[in-house]
Design a protein around this ligand. Structure first.
Ligand SMILES: Cc1cc2nc3c(=O)[nH]c(=O)nc-3n(C[C@H](O)[C@H](O)[C@H](O)COP(=O)(O)OP(=O)(O)OC[C@H]3O[C@@H](n4cnc5c(N)ncnc54)[C@H](O)[C@@H]3O)c2cc1C
Length: 491
């Protein structure tokens, strides 16, 4: 079936008959809810106004983590929940959950991060994973630290702890979760914006297909608002958010090549230098944000801040803005708390049912998305059984036990490392993964935009391969490439 025909079919199935669950937003939260609901036998539809994973879920630090920082804040429940989830994701999606060692160096005179406290912290961290962390934590004296990470600042170094979290590929996690949902019967449509809803019996939702410009009407017993940073703006939403921006930079490993991830401190904040195959990812910032949600960009001051911290920890590196291969900037949809520094605001999630059949699901982390989805569908199942007593019982949650996808479905097209840039891979993204624009392939499906210094040239090849699949005329091809360049891809 051609991609155009696939969209037509999806539109038809969305509008055909009443759904049990209609989801607004195809980030990690919406994708998780769609998978959970579809695997329990519910009729599920999901739309995204942009591409799937366009929002925060392609702009994170890409860690599956309990959050050592939250441990320091005494948030044991949050750390425990995320730690358990990180091990579940390692089990169900091993291609997207790689054990990643972190080296956290400590320095004399830094009262926020003290070696003996961190030693206790990392042991507790392992215990909170129910003793099944992705690797066992240890500690090193200053000589061992410098042997392991040559180039790290040695002045006042007192030692380090070494602990484990997981490395993922955030956008791939969304896409593979959606592919899994689709295999269980969920209907998915990107570039379809939710505009309004009215309640009469169930919900009637008004949408716009942004590819064709056509209006769509979807009926559903329940609606889930999983619109991330946009969640406040969705009609009927009662979500209150405090948005904070975080940016990341990618540099070549030839310029900075820590063997482990290195934790760099700035007061109470922590930043990371994360090995990503032939590159190193640096980030992040955490600043209040009030600009456009659709065009989040990294300012020169954000880039300078990250480089200044990195150059303090790796004085010989002397990294400069001109050496940055790519940048991405995203918004944390944190549950509102007007007080306190952005980095002090809780990362816990909230599931609310403000009107009959309507759920707002907000906050949380990439790491905890499966659990958020399970809790949401548990609540919806209870509500459905009270309000539709003759409907069949909703099956229990199975998402923790079932692999996300069979290994054969992900080989060569999905992983932490970008796939080879070939026609077959690009055609797969068009035929099987809903790619509509050049940017969809370059940024979210293949990460070539973030990884490859020659991304612009690759985009030309990608356009050549997408064109015949999507029936592009030369004018559409040129417009597609212009659209890709205008997006500045990520900031
Ligand atoms: C800098 C940074 C670093 C982070 N690092 C980590 C990390 O390392 N580990 C971790 O676990 N978490 C991390 N997080 C948190 C994590 O990325 C987010 O919690 C998560 O991605 C939020 O997902 P979401 O689905 O709620 O939102 P989003 O991914 O933003 O998805 C919401 C979607 O809703 C769509 N939408 C909005 N309005 C409409 C509408 N009207 N109609 C249709 N669709 C609509 C949007 O287009 C969007 O795609 C980080 C966040 C940031 C910003």
């Amino acid at each position: 079936m051609t991609p155009t025909r696939q969209r037509e079919t999806a539109r038809q199935r969305l509008t055909d008959g009443p759904l049990d669950v209609f989801i607004i937003g195809g980030g990690i939260v919406g994708a998780g809810v769609a998978r959970d609901a579809a695997m329990r036998g519910l009729r599920v539809g999901l739309v995204d106004q942009h591409d799937f994973a366009f929002g925060t879920s392609s702009r994170s630090t890409r860690l599956l983590h309990g959050g050592l920082r939250y441990l320091a804040q005494g948030r044991l429940g949050l750390v425990h929940e995320a730690s358990v989830e990180k091990t579940i994701l390692h089990r169900i999606a091993p291609h997207l959950a790689e054990p990643l060692p972190f080296l956290f160096p400590t320095y004399r005179g830094n009262r926020h991060w003290v070696l003996w406290q961190l030693k206790i912290g990392v042991k507790l961290y392992d215990i909170l994973c129910q003793g099944r962390n992705l690797g066992r934590s240890t500690w090193l004296d200053s000589r061992e630290v410098l042997e392991r990470v040559p180039g790290l600042s040695a002045t006042n170094l007192t030692g380090a702890v070494r602990y484990f979290d997981g490395l993922t590929n955030d956008a791939r996690l969304v896409l593979d979760t959606l592919r899994s949902a689709e295999r269980s019967g969920a209907v998915l449509l990107n570039y379809a914006k939710f505009h309004a809803a009215a309640r009469s019996g169930g919900w009637t939702c008004e949408l716009e297909d942004r590819v064709t410009g056509n209006a769509l009407r979807v009926r559903s017993r329940t609606v889930v608002n999983a619109a991330g940073p946009w969640a406040e703006q969705v009609p009927h939403s009662r979500v209150k958010l405090r948005l904070t921006k975080g940016i990341h930079l990618v540099v070549d490993r030839a310029r900075l090549a820590p063997p482990d991830s290195v934790v760099m401190t700035e007061g109470k904040r922590i930043l990371f230098a994360i090995p990503w195959r032939e590159r190193t990812v640096l980030g992040t910032t955490d600043t209040d944000y009030a600009g456009s949600l659709d065009h989040v960009t990294a300012e020169a001051a954000d880039v300078d801040y990250v480089l200044q911290v990195v150059n303090r920890f790796f004085p010989a590196a002397c990294l400069r803005p001109a050496e940055v291969i790519s940048v991405w900037a995203g918004l944390r949809p944190l549950i509102a708390s007007p007080r306190g520094k952005p980095s002090d605001i809780s990362r816990s999630h909230q599931i609310r049912n403000p009107e009959p059949g309507w759920w707002d699901v907000a906050g949380g982390k990439l790491t905890t998305y499966r659990r958020m989805a399970e809790q949401t569908i548990d609540a919806i199942a209870r509500w459905l059984s009270r309000n539709y007593p003759r409907a069949p019982q909703v099956a229990p949650c199975r998402t923790a036990g079932q692999p996300l996808l069979p290994a054969a479905e992900t080989a060569g097209v999905s992983g932490i490392e970008p796939p080879p840039c070939t026609r077959d891979v690009v055609e797969h993204y068009c035929a099987r993964e809903w790619a509509v624009h050049v940017e969809d392939v370059m940024v979210r499906r293949a990460s070539w935009q973030q990884y490859c210094p020659d991304a612009r040239q690759r985009a030309e090849r990608v356009a050549d391969w997408m064109g015949p699949r999507l029936r592009w005329t030369p004018e559409i091809r040129a417009a597609e490439l212009q659209r890709y360049r205008n997006a500045g891809a990520l900031g």
